[in-house]
Design a protein. Structure first.
Length: 301
């Protein structure tokens, strides 16, 4: 087994947590896989994997080596693609990290279209609200709402998502319906904070042509979008978030929009990827495809 095949085997073992499963995926005898890893460890002079009766996991050295291997193999795949002139039909694994509502509401409902167009690209998708270290975790690109803070990443704006401020009918029956942002001092909100920072997000409105931020009192705070909506549905307070996320609840009356005369500036959403992935055919075709998807949903930028 050559060195690159051994590296592919090693990364699959780490990802699957099993020699047997990794060997099966790569169509290798388990004995061949075991021997190849022993040779790899011997050549490096370190132990890469800890083996128990139930699972296989990387040592500290093995984890660091795995992270480097992911980058090396991705670069090799892209070099192969370029040399074979298959940029129009790229292949390999594309690792994505998608915010939950973007994943389930916009991207995944049409992901079969991406597969039909690019049948040789396999997808590995993680999802959540946490910040992801793309380089360290071997992620090719992410889709995120808000203004990008990491200047080391390439960012492409996909859309500006309109927001709505709303609450449940029970909440409005008890607290009243605000007619102006100045009246929000008498109201409660469902608080939202970052899971990676001690940052809380105020409501934003355009009042007389200027941006105004309003911090509301909260007796409950969450750090995940579905919890945010669930709390509002139970009458816990006002919320402000992209309209597409709550459109069904607005239609069926479970949530009621307020302060519609005072729009928010909207939430930007972008696709971000490390600079060294900029010329990757897999990344490029995904960015182009997801750009069209968001343009169809929210209009062009």
């Amino acid at each position: 087994m050559d060195r690159f095949e051994a590296l592919r085997l090693f990364t699959r073992i780490v990802e699957l947590g099993s020699f047997t499963r990794a060997a099966g995926v790569l169509d290798l005898p388990k004995a061949t896989a075991t021997h190849a890893i022993k040779e790899l460890e011997a050549s490096l002079g370190v132990r890469l994997l800890e083996r128990t009766t139930r699972q296989v996991r990387p040592t500290l050295d093995g984890q660091a080596y795995y992270e480097r291997c992911v980058h090396v193999l991705a670069e090799l795949d892209d070099a192969d693609s370029a040399l074979r002139s298959v940029a129009s039909n790229p292949r390999g694994t594309l690792r994505l990290d998608l915010h939950g509502s973007h994943a389930t509401g916009i991207i995944l409902p049409r992901i079969d279209e991406f597969r039909a167009r690019y049948p040789h690209i396999d997808l590995a998708i993680s999802s959540g609200d946490r910040l992801v270290d793309l380089v360290r975790e071997g992620v090719d690109c992410v889709v995120r709402a808000g203004n990008p803070r990491d200047s080391s990443l390439v960012a492409k704006r996909l859309a500006l998502m309109p927001e709505a401020t709303c609450a449940s009918p029970d909440y409005l029956a008890y607290f009243g319906t605000p007619k102006h942002p100045d009246e929000l001092s008498a109201h409660q909100s469902v608080g939202f904070f970052s899971s990676n920072r001690d940052v809380r997000y105020p409501f934003e409105f355009i009042v007389d042509g200027e941006l105004r931020e309003v911090a509301l009192n909260s007796w409950i705070s969450v750090n995940e979008a579905e919890c945010y909506v669930a709390a509002a549905l139970r009458g816990c307070g006002l919320i402000q978030l992209p309209r597409h996320h709550i459109e069904p609840h607005l239609r069926d009356g479970r949530l009621v929009e307020v302060l519609s005369d005072y729009r928010s500036p909207g939430v930007p959403v972008s696709v971000l990827y490390p600079q060294h992935r900029q010329l990757s055919p897999r990344v490029r075709v995904f960015v182009d495809w997801v750009s069209v998807l968001f343009a169809e949903k929210f209009g062009g930028m």
